[in-house]
Write a protein that binds this ligand. Structure first.
Ligand SMILES: C[S@@+](CC[C@H](N)C(=O)[O-])C[C@H]1O[C@@H](n2cnc3c(N)ncnc32)[C@H](O)[C@@H]1O
Length: 224
C-alpha cells in the first residue's frame, strides 16, 4: 500500500475473515466494513477485488487531519479518502460518514460484514451490545458472512461493560439462520502505544465468524 494505516501494527484476525469470505462469497462480492477508520482493512479488500462500503463516524479518519501520535506528537495523518486515491482504489469503495446505528440497514447491506474493535468505544455504551450485533447481522444477505473481532475484558472496569465480550457470550446471537464457522481468542498481550493510546497497554481479543444460511431460492439443488 502506498501509505500506512495508523492501525497497521495492531493485532488482527483479518486473515481468518478473508479466508471465510473466499470460501462463502463470490469474487467481487460486496463487503461492508463497520468502523473503517483510515482503511487498514478497506484497502486490502478493495485490492482483492471486493466492492467495499466503508462506514466510519470519525471525519478525520476519513478525510485526514491532525492526530496525536505516541512518539511524534501531533502529526498530519492521511485519511481513507487520500489513501484510496494514492492506491487508485477509490472506484471500488463507497464511503459513509455516520454513526453505524443511524444508517438505514438497506443503505449499507452487503454479502459480508467485517468490524474490528468498534463496539467497545465508550460512545457506544449507551446502546446495548445486542443492538450492534443484530444490526450488523441484518446487513448480511442470505449466504453471506459476518466477521467481528472485538476487545475482551482485561481491566476490572471492563467486567461491568457488556461491550467487552467473549466468543462464547456472542454465540448466543447466532441461532438459525446463522452458522458459527469459527471462534478464536487470544491470551492477554501487550500492544505498543498507538493513536488514541499514548502508552503500551494490555489487550485480549476475540473473533467470531459466522455465515447466514442461504434462503430457499439460493440453495443449490442437485440435478435429478
Ligand atoms: C479500533 S478502530 C479501527 C481500527 C481498525 N484496526 C481499522 O483500521 O479498521 C475502530 C473504529 O470504529 C469506529 N467506530 C466505533 N463506533 C462506531 C460507530 N457506532 N459508528 C461508526 N464508526 C464507529 C471508530 O471511530 C474507529 O475509527
Amino acid at each position: 500500500m502506498p501509505t500506512a494505516s495508523l492501525w497497521e501494527r495492531t493485532l488482527t484476525f483479518f486473515p481468518q475473515f478473508m479466508r471465510a469470505l473466499k470460501e462463502n462469497c463470490e469474487p467481487g462480492a460486496t463487503v461492508t466494513v463497520i468502523g473503517a477508520s483510515d482503511g487498514k482493512f478497506v484497502l486490502p479488500l478493495a485490492e482483492a477485488g471486493y466492492d467495499v462500503i466503508a462506514l466510519e463516524r470519525d471525519p478525520i479518519a476519513l478525510n485526514g487531519g491532525e492526530v496525536l501520535l505516541p512518539v511524534s506528537g501531533i502529526a498530519y495523518a492521511p485519511g481513507l479518502v487520500e489513501r484510496l486515491d494514492a492506491a487508485n482504489l477509490h472506484n471500488q469503495v463507497r464511503i459513509v460518514c455516520s454513526d453505524f446505528l443511524e444508517v438505514a440497514p438497506s443503505f449499507i447491506s452487503a454479502d459480508a460484514v467485517w468490524t474490528s474493535c468498534s463496539w467497545h468505544y465508550s460512545a457506544n455504551h449507551r446502546r446495548p451490545l445486542s443492538e450492534f450485533v443484530k444490526r450488523m447481522q441484518q446487513l448480511v444477505r442470505p449466504g453471506g458472512v459476518f466477521g467481528a473481532e472485538f476487545m475482551m475484558p482485561v481491566e476490572p472496569q471492563h467486567r461491568s461493560i457488556e461491550h467487552y465480550t467473549a466468543p462464547d457470550r456472542l454465540t448466543r446471537y447466532f441461532d438459525t439462520p446463522w452458522n458459527v464457522l469459527l471462534t478464536l481468542q487470544t491470551n492477554t498481550f501487550t500492544e505498543r502505544a498507538h493513536v488514541g493510546q499514548p502508552h503500551d497497554h494490555t489487550h485480549r481479543m476475540g473473533l467470531l465468524i459466522a455465515n447466514r444460511q442461504p434462503g430457499p431460492d439460493e440453495r443449490r439443488t442437485e440435478p435429478r
